[in-house]
Design a protein around this ligand. Structure first.
Ligand SMILES: Nc1ncnc2c1ncn2[C@@H]1O[C@H](COP(=O)(O)OP(=O)(O)OP(=O)(O)O)[C@@H](O)[C@H]1O
Ligand SMILES: [Mg+2]
Length: 283
């Protein structure tokens, strides 16, 4: 894999830019003063604990929620998206953790769900099944995914493979920005590695990627920029060469909070044993 420094220089206008963005749910502050940029061929990681505001942030980028303050720009133009459809039309594809797939339908059918090509006209119009099969196979192969059979139900694929199909689909349909919500959260070590490889492949295909995760190890493997959220505010923003994995992990875990927890756990009394023997069995 190439190093971030070896890749092409940044284009001056980010694909997506959040500047000092905030979002309130009633009077609950979910986000305040968050800024980030998404560039073509770069991976921006958003890290944070439960409730930090990660999903809120991507819902704004994905067009599910509108922001309350600050500016949201797409290709340099100030925007407020009103629906996920509008986000998609502007080249922003979002892959949610609970992927919206139809488990019993073949892989190729899911690949084209909602955008099926047809052939013939008038009463002879029908789905172009062969084209869908062939395109799915070819697109997956192009991403380096060699599925045995694109006719198998997508429900028979592993969680990691399904994430990969969703990434390949976004690339095929011409997304410029790919937003991934915790794609490795439910996966083991090996499958996480496979998914991260395809995240890198999407980056190499020129997409700007936003990777949401609470795993600093996964983020550090592929990320160019790390934005750390804590209770809705931006706790840090680092480039890869300005932070080590250890430091990122420490900030992510909340160094001092972890230290307090350690003290607390150490103070907890151990279960007592009398005279070095186990307590006598109950009568
Ligand atoms: N629809 C909503 N109405 C009211 N409060 C909400 C709503 N959605 C989120 N929140 C609150 O906003 C804050 C941020 O939530 P968010 O879901 O963005 O966090 P997260 O970082 O994605 O967490 P997790 O890791 O648990 O998914 C939380 O305090 C949450 O309770
Ligand atoms: Mg979330």
């Amino acid at each position: 894999m190439s190093t971030p420094l070896a890749r092409t220089p940044l284009a001056s206008t980010p694909l997506v830019e959040l500047d000092d963005v905030s979002k309130y749910y009633g009077n609950i502050r979910a986000l305040e003063g968050v800024s980030l940029e998404v560039h073509a061929g770069r991976i921006t990681c958003v890290l944070g604990d439960n409730g930090a505001g990660k999903s809120t942030l991507i819902k704004i980028i994905a067009g599910l929620h509108t922001h309350d303050g600050g500016t949201f720009r797409i290709d340099g133009e100030e925007t407020s998206l009103s629906s996920p459809r509008e986000a998609l039309d502007r080249g922003i594809a979002t892959v949610y953790q609970d992927l919206a797939v139809v488990p019993l339908m073949p892989v190729w059918r899911n690949f084209f769900l909602g955008s099926e090509p047809t052939k013939g006209v008038g009463p002879f119009k029908r789905l172009d099944v062969e084209l869908m099969r062939e395109t799915t196979r070819a697109e997956l192969l192009r991403m380096g995914i060699d599925l045995r059979d694109v006719d198998q139900p997508i429900g028979t694929l592993s969680g990691g493979e399904r994430q990969c199909v969703a990434i390949a689909r976004a690339v095929h349909f011409g997304a410029k920005v790919l937003v991934l919500d915790e794609p490795t959260a439910a996966l083991g070590v090996k499958q996480s590695g496979v998914v991260l490889k395809y995240v890198a492949a999407a980056r190499d295909a020129g997409l700007g990627v936003v990777l949401i995760t609470h795993n600093p190890h996964h983020a550090y493997l592929v990320g160019d920029r790390f934005v750390l959220l804590k209770r809705g505010v931006m706790a840090a923003s680092h480039t890869k060469d300005s932070v080590t994995l250890d430091e990122l992990t420490r900030q992510m875990a909340g160094g001092s909070e972890l230290e307090d927890l350690r003290h607390e756990l150490e103070r907890a009394p151990a279960p007592s044993r009398v005279g070095g023997h186990d307590a006598p069995p109950a009568p």
